[in-house]
Design a protein around this ligand. Structure first.
Ligand SMILES: C[S@@+](CC[C@H](N)C(=O)[O-])C[C@H]1O[C@@H](n2cnc3c(N)ncnc32)[C@H](O)[C@@H]1O
Length: 259
């Protein structure tokens, strides 16, 4: 797909400065239900786990040595190059296979994975590609396998907007001014809210509503999906963050899906 061709180049372009540009769902300051889900996998030494859209590989140090076999996949060559450096010199580095390809391309892994993880990487802007990828992931799982991960939340942007709006009104702004201010600080110019998309620095990413997660997982043949929230600290990376400390934290969606 033309779309995939373009986006792999765009993601590669951002590999070097990735940490400066993106919220990290795996940062220790973030409360992430994925850790408990990974810790709960029984007999990990006898399991194969795939990290799809592994990016610069922040999850890999937690997987290597614990799981018997690890497949780290990303379609952006520069991401894979950085991910490789995370396991260099590790005693179990041989247990990791790196794959530079799109994550719908899993035919040769059919029925092989016990666990598939996708951390903020199911973000293809074309929903046909999302559906195709979810079907491929479903087919890559062994019986009893599970698919878990994190998805960027569209509704969290609405939540942030609401808090910014109230803050602007409390400062005495008129309603139109408050709306303009909230839209500016929540960076609405980068979002297509109706279709759940975010476009920034050449990257086009899907953002998710919880009903769409359930809908697309069911459509791809997952019988159950449990949702949770990845909670981010209010800090300077979010406009107005320091003032929102008394409010519930912003989130992305975590999920565990089973065939
Ligand atoms: C937001 S980053 C997240 C990276 C990593 N999982 C993390 O938590 O830091 C998204 C990653 O998914 C990759 N990606 C996006 N769409 C993909 C696709 N269709 N096939 C393979 N990789 C993809 C990008 O190259 C990028 O490295």
């Amino acid at each position: 797909m033309q779309n995939t061709q373009d986006q792999d180049r765009q993601w590669s372009r951002h590999a070097a400065k990735y940490d400066e540009l993106f919220l990290d769902a795996l940062d220790p300051s973030v409360e992430n239900p994925i850790w408990a889900a990974l810790d709960a996998v029984p007999k990990p030494q006898s399991r194969t786990i795939a990290d799809l859209g592994c990016g610069t590989g922040p999850l890999l140090p937690r997987l290597v040595g614990r799981f018997g076999r690890v497949v780290a996949l990303d379609f952006a060559p520069a991401m894979i190059a950085r991910a490789r450096t995370r396991v260099e010199g590790h005693a179990d580095a041989d247990s990791v296979t790196f794959e530079t390809r799109a994550m719908h391309d899993l035919d040769d892994f059919a029925g092989q994975f016990d666990v598939v993880v996708a951390i903020n990487s199911l973000v293809m802007p074309d929903v046909r590609e999302i559906d195709r990828t979810l079907r491929a992931i479903r087919a890559s799982l062994r019986p009893g396998g599970q698919f878990l991960g994190v998805l960027p939340s569209m509704d969290a942007i609405h939540y942030h907007t609401m808090l910014l709006m109230d803050q602007a009104l409390d400062r005495g702004l008129e309603i139109e001014e408050a709306e303009r201010s909230a839209a500016f600080h929540a960076e609405h110019q980068y979002y297509e809210f109706a279709f759940g998309r975010f476009q920034f620095l050449g990257l086009r990413q899907k953002f998710w509503q919880p009903f769409e997660i359930r809908h697309r997982m069911a459509k791809a043949g997952f019988a159950s999906v449990e949702l949770g929230q990845v909670l981010y600290p209010w800090d300077e990376s979010m406009a107005g963050g320091a003032d929102f400390a008394d409010h519930p934290r912003s989130w992305d969606w975590s999920f565990v899906a089973r065939p």
